[in-house]
Design a binder for this molecule. Structure first.
Ligand code: ATP
Ligand code: PAF
Ligand code: BAL
Length: 268
């Protein structure tokens, strides 16, 4: 509705969906969107249906004024900030088939998470009607699930995956990094270090050895509780044992102090 006046054959619309607490990772999505489209919409909505831990939802950072300033400075055309009641006016059930990868990795640790993510992303697509939508590779599995949802509804839009933006010391930028204490912040570096180690040694060491080394590095770090470290097929997310296969990715998730972080790196 909001965008009907600007939507025409000549005007391409790109959507950058976010949950706010913006950082340079989000701005990189916006910049890519600006290169690809005439009008860029950024949505800020902390979506309750994708949270499996109520405390995580409650403490999710919401620095709205700062977010708006960042979007203005970055030249974003439209900010879409719906209220919860606007996106969920009546109680509703949502369940679509996202394929077997829904239940692996993040889906195993956050049960129902991708049903909530695809539910809200479909609502955002319906509201904005974009030609392109940009998502970060940091949430690797999320992009796979969104592509499944797009295929399920046969939506005519392009999903773009954008590279992971990191702090100078390698930590993947994430809104939840704000919860890390100074000690957690140092300990969290082991995640990108382990991923880089696997990347650097991928041609010379067997996958089984790389996995043991990475898990040992992470387990030896104080305050870090590993959920998973896997080397997997980038489509099925099933463990990969053949180094000559295409589309291999290493993915990690761990709790650092009280904060759960994820990261990944492409290997082939
Ligand atoms: N470091 C990053 N580099 C590139 N894209 C990112 C990065 N961090 C987040 N994104 C992308 O930004 C979009 C919005 O993500 P979101 O608002 O959840 O931020 P976030 O930093 O991932 O927060 P959190 O992981 O703590 O929920 C998603 O597509 C996400 O993949
Ligand atoms: C895609 C998204 C905005 C849906 O709430 C969220 O999962 C995120 O920020 O990655
Ligand atoms: N960036 C992914 C959204 C979430 O963790 O719920």
């Amino acid at each position: 509705m909001l965008l009907k006046p600007v939507k025409s054959a000549a005007q391409k619309i790109a959507l950058v969906p976010t949950m706010g607490a913006l950082h340079k990772g989000h701005i990189s999505l916006l910049e890519l969107a600006q290169q690809k489209a005439d009008v860029v919409v950024c949505s800020i909505f902390v979506n309750p249906t994708q949270f499996t831990d109520p405390k995580d939802l409650e403490k999710y950072p919401r620095p709205l004024e700062h977010d708006i300033q960042m979007l203005e400075a970055a030249g974003c055309d439209i900010v879409f900030m719906p209220a919860v009641a606007e996106m969920y006016p009546t109680p509703e059930t949502w369940h679509i088939d996202l394929g077997p990868a829904e239940f692996l990795l993040e889906g195993a640790f956050r049960k129902g998470h991708y049903q909530g993510v695809t539910q809200i992303v479909k609502k955002l697509f319906d509201a904005v009607d974009p030609d392109i939508a940009c998502f970060g590779q940091k949430d690797f599995q999320q992009i796979l699930m969104i592509r499944q949802m797009v295929a399920h509804f046969d939506l005519k839009l392009e999903i773009l995956s954008c590279p992971i933006i990191r702090e100078d010391d390698g930590l993947a930028m994430s809104s939840r990094n704000i919860h890390l204490s100074a000690a957690d912040r140092q300990h969290a570096l082991i995640l990108s270090k382990a991923l880089n180690y696997v990347h650097e040694n991928f041609d010379t060491k067997p996958i089984a050895e790389l996995l043991i080394d990475a898990e040992t590095m992470i387990s030896a770090t104080p305050g870090v509780e590993l959920d998973y470290f896997t080397i997997a097929n980038g489509e099925t997310l099933l463990p990969e044992s053949d180094k000559n296969a295409q589309n291999i990715v290493a993915l990690v998730a761990a709790k650092v102090g009280q904060t759960r972080l994820i990261d990944n790196i492409l290997l082939s």
